[in-house]
Design a binder for this molecule. Structure first.
Ligand code: FAD
Length: 397
């Protein structure tokens, strides 16, 4: 049997890479430090081209069945209401899925894992933490520590570092993680309250701009999720306290009954892109390679696009292409992270939190002009749904 690919991390990026490789007959071992896949509140937005990519794994229809199709999304002013509403139906003909799908990322993870568990080419090992990655001219070795503290070594032809923000694979290739940490924490609350009671013209996805406290509302199949910026000076206990959740939600939509809050997750947000993605036979992807704020839902989607590009490149190399082809993966996907994902998410944050009334008015005018013209409206959607970036970088060799 040919040498395997060792994948570190069973997040969405590691699992998508694994599915693509085993489908092409390439064996994989996935090393995951957690004892199971987490079911916490993380990304939930799937953009059209991501669903186009995932179709081959037969997971899209079940995701649609468990999720919520969102045909439109809005920028709103917190006080004055809708500024611009984007209509994803304009993407018909460009994608099989001209809408955003809201579906919790763990649902995709569980489906991909179940699919891999039925394939003898996939060896999935939970409760093992990769500690060191080495390589020679012909292969890689990954040391991983189990719960008893014993080290096991896995060898393969390549290593995919899909091991998230604190990636050991990134360290192994000597990449810096340049960028910045956003000063505030992001608190995500999910609630049974239907925000359309307070805002009848609300889309299923809305970004509410405000100089003092912006927030985001996203509807999933059963709940609404609200995301708020909160001070990093608060203690962990204060950030996830029921009192803070109630205060923020009452501020978003005042009601006499208290809010029923189902989940609370607070996390630190960074804007960082690794200085390089590849060295020899080791490549990083997803959060291991780039992290950004969630305003626009580009982190998970960009990670899946990385996984697709990287795994397809590895398939070409297994079939005889030179090892140097991995450089194309880095050139294409690092450009998207820097020029599209980071730029778009930072601009979204600026539209939401800008304090200057003149700058806010200029952003609003620009958004209104963009939706008023069908051509600029569609161009904006092609960019923000990440279709353009895939097409543009395909020209980079
Ligand atoms: C708490 C939280 C909330 C988030 N909320 C949002 C959101 O609301 N909206 C949004 O768009 N994005 C959100 N994100 C970001 C989004 O979840 C990520 O972009 C996405 O998960 C990236 O997928 P990934 O597979 O690259 O990394 P991850 O999902 O982080 O997966 C990496 C995997 O590698 C494993 N791992 C790490 N180190 C090792 C090791 N040494 N050995 C073995 N295994 C290892 C980890 O346990 C993990 O399972 C959130 C992220 C977090 C952490």
């Amino acid at each position: 049997m040919q040498k395997q690919v060792v994948i570190i991390g069973a997040g969405p990026v590691g699992l998508v890479s694994a599915c693509l490789l085993v489908d092409e007959g390439i064996p994989v071992t996935i090393i995951e430090s957690c004892s199971d896949l987490p079911r916490d509140l993380r990304a939930s937005t799937f953009h059209p081209p991501t669903m186009d990519m995932l179709e081959r794994f037969d997971v899209v229809q079940p995701m649609i069945d468990q999720g919520l199709i969102c045909p439109t999304w809005q920028f709103r002013d917190r006080a004055d209401g809708v500024v611009s509403e984007f209509d994803l139906a304009l993407l018909k003909g460009e994608t099989n899925h001209p809408y955003r799908l809201q579906c919790e990322q763990w649902r995709l993870g569980e489906m991909l894992l179940a699919r891999l568990q039925t394939n003898s080419l996939a060896n999935i090992l939970f409760g093992l933490s990769a500690s060191t990655v080495r390589q020679s001219d012909t292969g890689v070795e990954v040391d991983a520590v189990n719960a008893s503290g014993e080290t096991e070594t896995f060898s393969g032809a390549f290593c995919v570092g899909a091991d998230g923000i604190r990636s050991v694979a990134r360290r192994a290739i000597g990449a810096e993680f340049d960028g910045m940490t956003i000063p505030e924490l992001y608190l995500t609350l999910s609630t049974t309250y239907d925000f359309t009671e307070a805002m009848p013209d609300l889309s299923n996805i809305a970004y509410l701009s405000d100089p003092d406290e912006w927030f985001v509302l996203i509807r999933t199949a059963k709940l609404w999720r609200a995301l708020f910026p909160v001070s990093a000076a608060l203690s962990d206990q204060q950030v996830t306290s029921p009192e803070l959740a109630e205060k923020l939600l009452q501020g978003a939509a005042k009601r006499s009954a208290p809010y029923e809050v189902i989940h609370r997750t607070a996390y630190r947000v960074h804007e960082r892109v690794a200085t390089h993605y590849v060295k020899g036979r080791i490549a990083i992807a997803g959060d291991a390679a780039h992290v950004n704020n969630p305003l626009g839902g580009m982190g998970l989607n960009g990670g899946v696009h990385d996984a697709y590009n990287l795994a397809s490149t590895l398939v070409e190399i297994y079939r005889g292409a030179p090892l140097e082809l991995l450089g194309r993966y880095e050139r294409q996907r690092r450009k998207v992270a820097l020029d599209v994902v980071q730029q778009t998410t930072l601009r979204n944050r600026a539209i939401l939190n800008t304090r200057s009334p003149e700058a806010r008015a200029a952003y609003y005018d620009d958004l209104r002009r963009t939706v008023a013209d069908p051509i600029t409206h569609k161009e904006y959607l092609m960019r923000t749904s990440m279709i353009s970036s895939l097409r543009d970088v395909a020209k980079i060799i």
